[in-house]
Design a protein around this ligand. Structure first.
Ligand SMILES: Cc1cc2nc3c(=O)[nH]c(=O)nc-3n(C[C@H](O)[C@H](O)[C@H](O)COP(=O)(O)OP(=O)(O)OC[C@H]3O[C@@H](n4cnc5c(N)ncnc54)[C@H](O)[C@@H]3O)c2cc1C
Length: 435
């Protein structure tokens, strides 16, 4: 057998960069090439893996570890609820990553990180060593007493959950109620919950023709967190009942009842035919398991996305561990577009570090969220952030004195033109991440 071919086939079969104990001679040869392991194949993980190989070529081995063979995009997933998209339309596989970019794909879950031995252990028990580790696991949820996701969907990770919520909405009759909750900020996709309320209200009223249904939004925040005027106007048009400062206390998943407290007052309950509780959020559990969180999120250096978490003796816990996407705790919004942007900065910084070079001292990131408001109109919100070397934070550019992002960075209202642009924007993002 051709020796190059046999080495390549073996590496492929074993997973590049497997623990040195598996095949010492072979892995010693491969060890001269840094092995970068990416945990999670969402907007952050798939992008960083692709760009590491696009920019690093044969100088790096890249492995993605992701349990699912198909990724379902949460972006545009509210359009599944009104039947304009299916979860199949929003599904992406990793064929391009393995074939076009020669990225090693392993479909499994990472259970533990050993930051001393520099290895991860998979659910299968397999141990994989890394030169650099990138954690991109997205979000996990704070638990709410009584909340059973199989009965009361959150639909904040797309796929089965999205279809379950759609089925429940589709079984509603005229006069039924839809109640949803908005998590406390920061959470994934700031405008997303308000967008969902509008899409569902529009669907029940204008598509189903129901005149007696009610839509209620229980928001844990003191006010609509973004595009407040746009959403307040849409809520008024649809007759959506909006309650701010409403903290969820518990859920009865069988009777579809949510118990909540407004501004700390005595608890109240609402029962709905369709109840959609989106719990408060935190970094993916693997980031907690690795000990790399402060509060609910992971502190990182925004020049490299390397963890800055120290142990009690001020020893770096996260050396050579980078955290990107929704799990990072910089204050950057938790959104797919900016996750894609963070991934490129992280890939560039890692490739520079491998050559002994400093990271880009002035990175910029960009976020964009498009929100369907009806079946034909959408709104949008965007922001550009740049590194401030004094505060060492990413800060939005062009802010006005009260620190709001200036108006030119929001649509200011829904339109059909924005609706069309939404598909161009998302098509570009999907393709830049998965193609
Ligand atoms: C309704 C809705 C609308 C949205 N609209 C927009 C929008 O308009 N614009 C925008 O920019 N963003 C939008 N978002 C937000 C966007 O979807 C997320 O911010 C984005 O998916 C975050 O990317 P990520 O890679 O950090 O996490 P994810 O995309 O969730 O990917 C994480 C991946 O990690 C994997 N994983 C987790 N743990 C492990 C483990 N231990 N081992 C291995 N793999 C693991 C998961 O299986 C998953 O595939 C929207 C979200 C929702 C819900």
């Amino acid at each position: 057998m051709n020796s190059q071919l046999s080495r390549r086939s073996l590496l492929k079969a074993l997973g590049l960069g497997l623990a040195a104990t598996t095949l010492p001679g072979l892995v010693r040869a491969a060890d001269t090439i840094p092995n970068i392991v990416v945990v999670g194949g969402g907007f952050a993980g798939a992008t960083v893996a692709k760009y590491l190989k696009m920019w690093g070529g044969l100088s790096v081995q890249v492995t993605i570890i992701e349990p699912n063979s198909t990724y379902v995009s949460p972006i545009l997933s509210n359009l599944v609820l009104n039947g304009q998209k299916t979860t199949d339309d929003l599904s992406f596989n990793y064929l391009n990553h393995s074939q076009k970019y020669a990225i090693n794909m392993i479909h499994n879950t990472v259970d533990t990180v050993d930051n001393v031995a520099k290895s991860v252990t998979l659910g299968s028990g397999q141990v994989i060593s890394y030169s650099k580790l990138i954690l991109a696991p997205g979000i996990d949820f704070d638990s709410v007493p009584g909340h059973d996701f199989d009965k009361v969907p959150h639909a904040w990770k797309a796929g089965v959950q999205t279809n379950l919520l759609k089925d429940q909405i589709d079984s509603m009759q005229d006069g039924d109620s839809f109640v949803m909750t908005v998590p406390k900020a920061p959470y994934r996709c700031p405008p997303g919950p308000y967008e969902r309320a509008c899409v569902v209200a529009d669907y029940l009223k204008n598509n189903k023709g129901y005149t007696g249904c009610t839509v209620t939004v229980l928001d844990a925040n003191p006010a609509i967190t973004v595009e407040a005027e746009t959403f307040a106007a849409a809520f008024a048009t649809y007759g959506i009942d909006y309650v701010h400062s409403a903290d969820v206390i518990s859920v009865d998943s069988d009777t579809k009842t949510v118990t909540y407290s407004v501004s700390g007052a005595a608890s109240a309950s609402m029962t709905a035919e369709t109840l959609n509780v989106i719990p408060n959020q935190k970094a993916g559990s693997i980031v907690f398991a690795a000990g790399l969180t402060e509060g609910n999120w992971a502190p990182i250096n925004p020049l490299t996305y390397e963890s800055t978490k120290l142990n009690s003796s001020d020893v770096a816990l996260g050396l050579d561990i980078h955290i990107i996407g929704d799990s990072q705790g910089t204050g950057l919004p938790k959104a797919g577009h900016i996750a894609n942007s963070e991934a490129k900065i992280c890939a560039d910084a890692i490739l520079r570090a491998l050559k002994g070079l400093e990271p880009d001292p002035a990175p910029k990131t960009n976020s964009a969220c498009y929100s369907p408001i009806s079946s034909t109109t959408a709104s949008w919100l965007t922001a550009v952030y740049e590194y401030n070397s004094t505060t060492k934070l990413m800060q939005p550019i062009d802010v006005i004195p009260n620190n709001d992002v200036v108006d030119k960075y929001a649509a200011g209202g829904p339109s059909t033109e924005n609706y069309r642009a939404m598909f161009n924007w998302s098509g570009n993002l999907f393709s830049d991440t998965f193609s």
